[in-house]
Design a protein around this ligand. Structure first.
Ligand code: FES
Ligand SMILES: [Fe+2]
Length: 449
C-alpha cells in the first residue's frame, strides 16, 4: 500500500509523507475572535503569580493578548491592555500610582478598570478622557495566583470556587511554568493516564517516589461530567487495589492525587496534590499556573519540598526546561513529551490507539463547547462559593481486596466504579461533612484494615 501522505505504511517509506498538514485550528488557535479563544474567554483563567507583582508593572501575554499587570499603591491589582490608548506606548514602562497606572509617554493616568482619570497635557476642560478607556479586565487574587476574566462583560460568571482551595490541613503553594507549545497538548497530558506507565515508569525507571506501581498498565474508567471529566485508574499491589482519581474540568483545569504517597496501607479518601490550569500564552506558548498541595496525611512520604515550588519550578521531576539536554534525553519528563509534539500538535498526523480514549473524549467535548459558543449559546461554567464550593474528586483510594480466582481486571474496574459512585453520593454535603460521609461509606463497604 503506498503512503497516503499522512503516515508511512510500509518499511523504509519515510519518503512521501511530507505533505503539509495543518493543525486543528478550531481547538488550538486562541487569539481574540478565534473559536477556541472566544470559548476560553468565557472562563476565569489564572494569569499571574502575585509574587510577580512588585513595585514595577509586568508585561504578560495571555490568549494572544499583550497585557500589563501591576499592584497599585493602594494594594489593588490592575490588568490592562499593554499599549496605551493614547498612542500605544507600553504601560510596562508606566508609573504605578496610588490608584492605577500612569503612562510614561504623555502622562495619561488609568484606573484599574481602564477609566482615564487624567490627561495632564490636554486643556482642563477637554472631554477626551470621557470618550475612551484603556482595555481592562477584572481580576481576583486567590492564594498567590491572580485570575482574570477576559470575556464579554455581560457574560462574566462568578468566580469558580473549588473545594480544593480551602481543604483543612492543605497548604497551597502557587507555581507557574512556561512551555513552548500549544496549550492543548500540555492539557491533554492530564487526561492520559497511560503515559505514566511509560514516561514515568518504564522508559528510564520510576520518576516519582511513591508512584512506582505506575509501571503496571492500569484499568481505566472515564466518567463524563457536566464540566468535563472525572477518571480513575486502578492497579494492584499484592492485596491492595490502588485507585487514583483525576478531575479534568474543561477547558483547561485538572487535579490529581498525591505525588509522594505511602503505598503500604489502605486509604479511604485521599485528596489531590495538584490543582493546575494550562493557560494559553498564544498559539505556540502556554503557561501552567497551579497550586502544589502540601499536607502530611495525603503525602505520607513527606518528600515534597516547598522551596522548590514557585516561578518556573515545582518539586517533582521533569516539569520544566531547566535540565541539561543530555539529562532530558536520558530521562525525559512530561515537559519534553508535550513540548516536543511540535509547537502545535498536528492531529491529522496522529495515529490514536486505545490508550488515547481520554484525549479523544476531551477533544470531542471541547469541540462541542467551542461550537456552542460560536453559535452564541451559553456554555456551562462551574459555579461555587467559599461556603458551597464546587465539588472535586481527585485523590486516592486504596483498598485491601485480595486477589481471588475471578478476573482481576474486571474486579478492579468494578471496584473503581463503585468507589466513584460513593464519591458522587457525597455531593449533597460540603467540607468536612462530605469528607466524613465518603470515608464512612467507603469504610463500611470495603474492609480497610
Ligand atoms: S502614549 Fe500613553 S500617554 Fe501618550
Ligand atoms: Fe506525567
Amino acid at each position: 500500500m503506498p503512503n497516503d501522505g499522512r503516515w508511512a505504511t510500509q518499511p523504509y517509506s519515510g519518503y512521501g509523507i511530507n505533505e503539509a498538514l495543518q493543525e486543528d485550528t478550531e481547538l488550538t488557535h486562541v487569539g481574540p475572535g478565534t473559536p477556541c479563544g472566544e470559548y476560553m474567554r468565557r472562563f476565569w483563567q489564572p494569569v499571574a503569580m502575585t509574587s510577580q507583582l512588585g513595585d514595577l508593572p509586568v508585561a504578560i501575554r495571555i490568549l494572544g493578548e499583550d497585557l500589563v499587570i501591576f499592584r497599585d499603591r493602594s494594594g489593588a491589582i490592575g490588568l490592562l491592555h499593554k499599549h496605551c490608548a493614547h498612542r500605544g506606548a507600553s504601560l510596562e514602562f508606566g508609573r504605578i500610582e496610588e490608584h492605577g497606572i500612569r503612562c510614561c509617554y504623555h502622562g495619561w493616568h488609568f484606573a484599574n478598570d481602564g477609566t482615564v482619570l487624567e490627561t495632564p497635557g490636554e486643556p482642563e476642560d477637554s472631554p477626551i478622557r470621557h470618550r475612551v478607556c484603556q482595555g481592562a479586565y477584572p481580576v481576583r487574587e486567590v492564594k498567590g495566583l491572580v485570575f482574570a476574566y477576559m470575556g464579554p462583560p455581560e457574560e462574566q460568571p462568578g468566580f469558580p470556587y473549588y473545594d480544593s482551595i480551602d481543604l483543612p490541613d492543605h497548604e497551597l503553594l502557587p507555581y507557574s511554568i512556561h512551555s513552548p507549545c500549544n496549550w492543548l497538548q500540555e492539557s491533554e497530558n492530564s487526561i492520559d493516564p497511560f503515559h505514566s506507565v511509560f514516561l514515568h515508569g518504564r522508559n528510564a525507571g520510576p520518576q516519582f517516589a511513591g508512584l512506582e506501581h505506575f509501571v503496571e498498565l492500569p484499568v481505566v474508567a472515564y466518567h463524563s461530567r457536566p464540566n468535563g471529566f472525572v477518571y480513575s485508574h486502578a492497579r494492584r499491589i499484592d492485596d491492595l487495589v490502588m485507585i487514583r482519581f483525576h478531575d479534568h474540568v474543561t477547558p483547561n483545569m485538572a487535579q490529581n492525587g498525591a505525588m509522594f504517597q505511602n503505598l503500604a496501607k489502605p486509604k479511604a479518601f485521599g485528596r489531590m496534590s495538584l490543582t493546575k490550569w494550562v493557560v494559553p500564552v498564544d498559539d505556540t506558548n502556554s503557561r501552567k499556573f497551579g497550586w502544589r498541595h502540601f499536607n502530611d496525611k495525603d503525602e505520607g512520604l513527606r518528600q515534597g519540598t516547598p522551596d522548590d515550588v514557585g516561578w518556573e519550578k515545582v518539586d517533582f521531576y521533569g516539569q520544566t526546561a531547566h535540565r541539561s539536554y543530555e539529562e532530558m534525553q536520558r530521562n525525559p519528563g512530561d515537559w519534553e513529551a508535550w513540548s516536543s509534539q511540535r509547537p502545535i500538535a498536528v492531529h491529522q498526523r496522529e495515529y490514536l490507539g486505545t490508550t488515547d480514549e481520554g484525549v479523544a473524549k476531551l477533544r470531542s467535548k471541547l469541540k462541542r463547547d467551542i461550537r456552542a459558543v460560536a453559535k452564541g449559546k451559553a456554555v456551562l461554567r462551574p459555579e461555587g462559593t467559599a461556603e458551597k464550593p464546587i465539588h472535586t474528586y481527585a485523590g486516592d483510594t486504596t483498598l485491601r481486596i485480595p486477589k481471588d480466582n475471578r478476573d482481576d481486571k474486571a474486579l478492579m474496574d468494578r471496584v473503581q466504579r463503585e468507589v466513584y459512585e460513593i464519591y458522587l453520593s457525597g455531593d449533597p454535603y460540603f467540607g468536612e461533612d462530605r469528607k466524613e460521609f465518603i470515608q464512612r461509606e467507603i469504610e463500611g463497604r470495603f474492609p480497610m484494615a
